[in-house]
Design a protein around this ligand. Sequence first.
Ligand code: 5AD
Ligand code: SF4
Length: 451
Amino acid sequence: MNRVFIKTYGCQMNERDSEAVAALLRDKGYSIVPEEVNADVILLNTCSVREQAEQKAIGKAGHLSARKRRNPNLIVGIMGCMAQNKGDTLVDKLPDLDLVIGTQKFHRVPDHLDNVIASLNGLGPKPATIIDIAEEKGSQNTIKSHVEDNANVAAFVSIMQGCNMKCSYCIVPKTRGSERARPMNEIVDEIKALVAKGTKEVTLLGQIVNQYAVREFPFVDKKSPFVQLLEKVNAIEGLERIRFTSPHPVGFRDDLIECYTRLPKLCEYLHFPMQSGSNKILKAMRRPYSIERFKMIIDKIRALRPDIYISTDIIVGFPGETETDFEATRTAFEALKFDMAYVFKYSVRPGTTAEPEGDPISKETKEKRNQILLDILRHTSLERNQSLIGTAQEVLIEGPAKRGNGIFVGRTRGYRKVIVPASERLVGQLVSVKINEVTASTLTGDLIIAD
Ligand code: 5AD
Ligand code: SF4
């Protein structure tokens, strides 16, 4: 009864939450299995950011409920954003669910699971679905356990939870609650412990990382708490690389920009959501910056670090986005030469301030705009990758590639994926790779062996 499979939908925050749940379950004697076929317990960690993500998880949960009717011992739970968003109405649709666990209750999963199993073993009353979705003070401090295996060469570390912004399209403030920071020393201790077990790279995670602890910690020498945290993490011996995601243009000041020259471990990579290139749409989205300011921040960073790689998020088809507005997005997108981008078609989310506007832009228009941006991206990204052919790149080897056969995957400091023939003992090592071939998304090369 103790084999658990966790399926994760959505963002890196969700990946991290799933990993923390897995670590807590392992500590309690459960085993985490990589496939659902042999699992006794299946947990879906869900995403609500777009309707399609919710539909996918509901579809999956429906299949699992049907399986449960054939095998009543199978335990099925829904965790995370959709559990938080839909709460007990999920049970109206899926009465067979055993668990519905919200975003502030991940750490309670092991105890709840123990109870479900005890009742299945006849040791307790047959419980109705356990629904645990309340807010919990201090819950941001519970996402700290890590599974110990070599997947941890590059680890995610949650530094805060929630978001106080009110972007008009976004359901995250509802599913994740208001901003709560973890204490700086606990984050640093967590990273030190990871490094002691072989982690070489950390990505600091939060909804708006540059807002980290602005209410809890003072600015020191005009440095924000986030910059102070970066300095502390940079000082950790044995750690090689730092990334963070996601920052917001508001509060992206010079103290943070300068980190790209001052802090050697901070990789020359930035994920920086633009959302739109039209000031009218940015305003309607309640994103409190102009496209001019957004560009200015990028110009400043590139002046200091011309080699930086920048990725972004864009939403196409927000209500009211005319051809002229999209043209502004297209122009800015082209001019800024993003190395990577996630382009999303607008999806109405319940309870957001944009909900009453409906979804007036047709599917076809959204698809067309999406394709236009992706075409630009393919071109810029390929061009940048081609410029790397023949160069030596520092690569952190993360593990074997899916295709196996002595082929490994790693990443450059610019977050480019690299495929390279290597050996198991190089996992977790920084190596030098000569780039031979590239696509828009991947680099392929050979190890440079120092003589
Ligand atoms: N529709 C489409 N995309 C959305 N995002 C957030 N909410 C929505 C929505 N309702 C996108 C934003 C955000 C990313 C994580 O998801 O671009 O940065
Ligand atoms: Fe959502 Fe905006 Fe907060 Fe990001 S900053 S999580 S897009 S509300």
